[in-house]
Write a protein that binds this ligand. Structure first.
Ligand code: SAM
Length: 280
């Protein structure tokens, strides 16, 4: 991305470059969305040759997001959300599920992709009682998120916040110090706040995941799968709620929002670890 296409203050890209694959649009393609381009579909298909079940895995990750929000509002009593790595709007966005349970819920969405923000602003309107806000920022710089006026005017940082890092931390190598980034986010919220993470892993099929990594990196996208133990370390500073870090489809499968509980035939059918930690 040439510098002339970057925002003067933030350095983030403002132009939508459709000639190269982008994480959000590849994921949208797997979910069956329409906001993707040939480069995104080429990478999505290349990865699907290594993991034919990838579309189902993307859906499993997305379904977890819904169950997590139901847990956070219904059980943890949290009504404020910081959803970083929002993704292109699709069915069951964080604010829809949260505001269905509590119309006054407040959600701040953050993404570094201008296409996500454009769609989100157009489609993710809040209830009159609640609020949604959108921040174009990069999680590599958590302070740019935490100091954004849109965040400060939407959530009350003296009350618990759910920090949602759903399918985003794999874009951070260890050298990017993901632990320090998460520590910074957690330091800004009070006890009782929760941290939600899903993370792709090579634990279930090392060889297939190695080919996914190489396809993504070939397309210029960092992709760092983590083991269960490595994923657990991302929850440092929190106490994991039951059942801990588990295969994504097995995390509270009963929280389907009134539909029949999901029957989990194969816990390892989606290669993501998932969990929620509570800051004490
Ligand atoms: C795989 S999608 C996940 C979407 C959603 N969280 C979900 O799980 O359904 C990852 C999202 O993270 C965003 N993203 C990737 N790196 C980011 C960064 N450094 N800062 C902010 N957003 C980022 C991408 O643009 C994309 O929308």
């Amino acid at each position: 991305m040439p510098d002339s296409q970057a925002h003067a203050a933030t350095g983030l890209p403002t132009r939508i470059d459709t000639s190269v694959a982008h994480e959000a649009r590849v994921y949208d393609y797997w979910l069956g969305g329409k906001d993707n381009y040939p480069a995104d579909r080429a990478l999505g298909d290349a990865i699907a040759t290594h993991i034919p079940a990838i579309r189902g895995m993307a859906r499993a990750n997305r379904a977890f997001l819904g169950r997590a929000v139901r847990y956070l509002v219904g059980t943890a009593g949290i009504t404020q959300f910081l959803d970083i790595g929002t993704g292109i709007p699709t069915a069951g966005n964080t604010h829809e599920i949260a505001q269905h349970l509590d119309p006054a819920a407040r959600v701040v969405y953050v993404d570094n992709d201008p296409i996500v923000l454009a769609h989100a602003r157009a489609l993710m309107a809040s209830t009159p009682q609640g609020r949604t806000a959108f921040i174009h920022a990069d999680l590599h710089e958590p302070d740019s998120i935490l100091s954004d006026p849109a965040l400060l005017s939407t959530v009350d940082l003296d009350r618990p916040v759910a920090i949602m890092l759903v399918a985003i931390m794999m874009y951070f190598r260890d050298e990017d110090d993901p632990h320090a980034i998460i520590e910074r986010l957690l330091a800004a919220v009070p006890s009782g706040s929760c941290l939600v993470i899903t993370h792709p892993t090579a634990d279930f099929d090392e060889r297939a995941m190695a080919r996914v990594v190489s396809s993504a990196e070939h397309a210029g996208i960092t992709f760092a799968p983590r083991s269960r133990a490595q994923t657990e370390t991302l929850f440092a500073g929190t106490e994991l709620v039951e059942p801990g870090v588990v295969p994504v489809v097995t995390w509270h499968p009963e929280l389907t929002g009134g539909l029949a509980p999901t029957v989990v035939a194969d816990p390892e059918s989606a290669w993501y670890w998932a969990g929620i930690g509570r800051k004490s």
